[in-house]
Design a protein around this ligand. Sequence first.
Ligand code: HEC
Ligand code: HEC
Ligand code: HEC
Length: 429
Amino acid sequence: MSRRFGVAWFALVPLLLAALAVGGVLFLRQGGFAPYRVPAGATHPLTATPEQVGRGEYIARLGICATCHTTRGGVPFTGGRAFATGYGTIHSTNLTPDAQTGLGGWSVEEFRHTMRNGVSRHGVLYPVFPYAHFALLRDDDLDALFAYLQQLPATARAPTPNRLEFPASWRPALVAWRMLHYQPATPDGGAGESPQQRRGRYLVDGLGHCAMCHGARRSMGSLPAAGYLAGGRIPGLGWYAPPLDAQQLRRYSTAELADYLRSGTSPHGTVYGPMAEVVYGSLRHLTPDDALAMAVFLKSVPAHVAVPNSAEPAAGPNRDADSGADLYKRHCEDCHARDGRGTDKGPPLVDAVAVTAPDPANAVRMILYGAMPPTTAGNPRPHSMPPFVQQLDSAEIAAVANHIRMTWGDRHSNLSAGDIDALHGIDVD
Ligand code: HEC
Ligand code: HEC
Ligand code: HEC
């Protein structure tokens, strides 16, 4: 008995050593867990020039920092916005130079380290903060960003406590998540790309962190390389973000796509939901050159293989095709036109994101709640989509959603009143 135990024990030694080695490599790769701090006095002083501050402001806009780091109606950059995740609610922090509650007393080294590694003087940060993307930012861009943030009015705002479940509530537990799911970004691609494409890639992958919403996620919120810009339901927001690639964006010419990013509108569609916020908070500030670089890059991303979506209703005969067509005629045709090609009051539905998506969430939410595109220089008086939640019942909304998705999205769509009720209850941000 004891001898057999001894043999088994020895057999386990190499396995244990291998597990320790793998664990050690993963631990080192994700960067440890110690809080990171370099006192401001101990570092090279950052003497900001007005040019640097101006560039920092542009970078902050493209990084969508203020949108995430401001509550509705709050002082910009003072934090407190809530983000719902699968494991609880996280709040953003104060980025103004207030000494107690913000970035007052931070050194530029500490800022660079936090932006690239997701580890600050407060320890390991939650990945709602898109540090894996910001890791791609160049030193001079991060320094300009820091110079801009440091000259904002210092405003005290005590942090809003997070409401997280254990073990996510314990910051060091994030190390386990990072060991399994976090890969420090490495500037990749670039070979064979034009300077314009490379600039576009830098803006899309780094500052713009477009894959935060447009990437396909695995369990635990990780963004595997295979899901890069492959599209999917955005966790915590209940909207579907389409893939971004040559196939999805074929309806836009490169110039139209560049213009869409800045204005939020185009002959092929208008932004809504979280994308409206991205255009308003960030992309409307793009220079024409940067918008064109992003469009050129996005249209060069190879098409993704369509992924079947579990949110798609099972195939089956469509119950109420006639009532769907009739409801469309009565309630929608005026703005979206009989043939679905749109009017000056409403965008086309033919090939629109909401009708071609494997996930019906956008179509249903638009019909339920309506939307208003952001006001931009290129779209100064946007037309809005009225809400139908008071006018139509769930069965009618299902019928009209099925009608537009089958007619102009080339999809099978068999939503029932129950599916509408389920989407009705989804989280709004
Ligand atoms: C998608 C939303 C989002 C965006 C975009 C975003 N942040 Fe954050 N950021 C957060 C959240 C949430 C936290 C808090 C994370 C935590 O507590 O672990 C955070 C934390 C930080 C921290 C750490 C602060 C500390 O005291 O430890 C810094 C610095 C920071 N963000 C800077 C920026 C800058 C600069 C930008 C723009 C380039 C930016 N963030 C864009 C959500 C965001
Ligand atoms: C907060 C989530 C979010 C972020 C971040 C985001 N998007 Fe979107 N995006 C969406 C959603 C949702 C849609 C679908 C609704 C719509 O069409 O407006 C969308 C739609 C789009 C479309 C329209 C696609 C089509 O077929 O018409 C383009 C283009 C686009 N996004 C580009 C970008 C780029 C470039 C970035 C990065 C700078 C980005 N998005 C960042 C959520 C996001
Ligand atoms: C008063 C004009 C108007 C009416 C009536 C109207 N819409 Fe819209 N619709 C719009 C506008 C404007 C938008 C773009 C809104 C935005 O981008 O914020 C839109 C957007 C949409 C979208 C999103 C398209 C995309 O690009 O993904 C869908 C789906 C939609 N409408 C369906 C309907 C249906 C179904 C009806 C009838 C039940 C209807 N609309 C009635 C004006 C209208």
